[in-house]
Design a protein around this ligand. Structure first.
Ligand code: ZN
Length: 63
C-alpha cells in the first residue's frame, strides 16, 4: 500500500504494513517507508492485498 512519507514528501510504498487501531477506535495502518525507512502512518485499513501476502499460502510445504 502507499502512504505519504513526510521525509520524502511524496507517496511511498509502505513496508511491513501493520493494521492497528487508533485511540478513537478507528482502524489505521502503520509501516515504514521503503525508501528512507521513516515510519509511515495511514488512517484506515489496507486494501487487504498486502495484508494477506504473508498470512496465507505457505505452510503447506510444496515439495
Ligand atoms: Zn520516505
Amino acid at each position: 500500500m502507499e502512504a505519504y512519507c513526510v521525509k520524502c514528501r511524496q507517496k511511498r510504498e509502505m513496508k511491513d504494513a501493520t493494521e492497528t487501531t487508533m485511540k478513537n477506535g478507528k482502524p489505521a495502518t502503520t509501516g515504514t517507508c521503503s525508501v528512507c525507512g521513516t515510519k509511515l502512518f495511514k488512517i484506515g485499513k489496507g486494501t487487504g492485498a498486502e495484508a494477506g501476502a504473508g498470512a496465507k499460502g505457505g505452510g503447506d510445504g510444496g515439495k
